[in-house]
Design a protein around this ligand. Structure first.
Ligand code: NCD
Length: 314
């Protein structure tokens, strides 16, 4: 199997994932060894939605590999404002660059865009769809803190619109995991995602809950997410669930001492700041892991021997 574009975590096998995580660990241990590895390489950044971590960590990663970035800037200041199609925009910018990173509010945008370009295209989030590079740094963080096999993970919050959740849940089916999904009924995982997960895992490793209480003591990792306000068609619907599913020090009294709390960030009010300085909190390390993991992804996709290729029998 060989991938020149990274669009969804569904395309990654366990060996693919391990190739990326192992490369990231190597780079993390000695970043200076790759400092000039991609000199003269240009990465195009096309962000049609707000971003802090994803965009800045891609930029940091490319620069730490010796390359540089060109940034489309905001939608307001680009030709998109004049009515240019996404297909035209990516075709033009691929002529300036060696790889593209795309974030877009519409689900499916990355798949569509990738059909128009030959340079590697990395999906940095397509609406409520997927966010596979976030998943790789999530897996890296989980592997460092709890290991990826025999893992019991709780994924809590906005499971309907949360693209980081959709990507992570799929990727975890490559490992021996028990996944508990905790959300209000209105923000449950989309049924098509549940169907896909059942296909991958016989359904044995997947359970849905409306409350954290019953499952918290059994968890190795609790992955908390933000309610995706911008994706609600109706603000009243958001108001009905806003402020639910928050955790604080009192909540965690029932947790195992070894629990790792993660969050893709940005957080709004899901995790009380009092947890930040406890041993539970891994979310700032998780964000920092975005740099070595994205360095590894870019390195694998930009090397002469291009693509993420693990050992697989597919
Ligand atoms: C996430 C996203 O954009 O999907 N942020 C990120 O990339 N770390 C999560 C979110 O916005 O809630």
């Amino acid at each position: 199997m060989r991938h020149d574009h990274l669009i969804t975590s569904k395309q990654l096998s366990r060996p693919d994932i391990e190739t990326v995580l192992d490369r990231a660990a190597e780079i993390d241990a000695d970043p200076s060894a790759v400092a000039d590895r991609h000199a003269n390489t240009l990465l195009g950044l096309l962000f049609f939605e707000p971003s802090t971590r994803t965009k800045m960590s891609f930029e940091t990663a490319m620069k730490r590999l010796g390359g540089d970035v060109v940034d489309m800037g905001s939608v307001e200041s680009s030709s998109v404002k004049k009515g240019e199609t996404l297909a035209d925009t990516v075709r033009v910018i691929e002529g300036y660059t060696d790889a593209l990173v795309l974030r877009h509010p519409k689900q499916g945008a990355a798949t569509m865009a990738s059909e128009f370009v030959d340079v590697p295209l990395l999906n940095a989030g397509d609406g409520a769809g997927h966010h596979p590079t976030q998943t790789m740094l999530d897996l890296y963080t989980i592997r460092e803190n709890a290991g990826l096999d025999d893992l019991t993970i709780g994924i809590m919050g906005d499971l309907k619109y949360g693209r980081t959740v959709h990507s992570l849940a799929h990727a975890l089916t490559n490992f021996e995991t028990q996944q508990h999904f905790i959300s209000p009924e209105s923000l449950q995982l989309p049924r098509e995602v549940v169907y896909d997960l059942h296909q991958r895992q016989d359904g044995t490793g997947i359970k849905e809950h409306e409350s954290l209480e019953g499952v918290l003591p059994s968890l190795d990792v609790l992955y908390v997410t933000r309610i995706q306000r911008e994706r609600f068609p109706d603000e009243n619907e958001y108001q009905k669930v806003a402020g639910e599913y928050q955790i604080d020090a009192e909540t965690l009294e029932a947790a195992s001492d070894d629990l790792t709390v993660m969050h893709p960030l940005p957080r709004v009010d899901e995790i009380a700041p009092e947890i930040d300085d406890t041993d539970y909190a891994a979310y700032f390390d998780q964000a920092h892991n975005g740099v070595p993991v994205r360095m590894a992804l870019l390195d694998l996709l930009l090397s002469d021997d291009r693509g993420i290729r693990g050992e697989t029998d597919e």
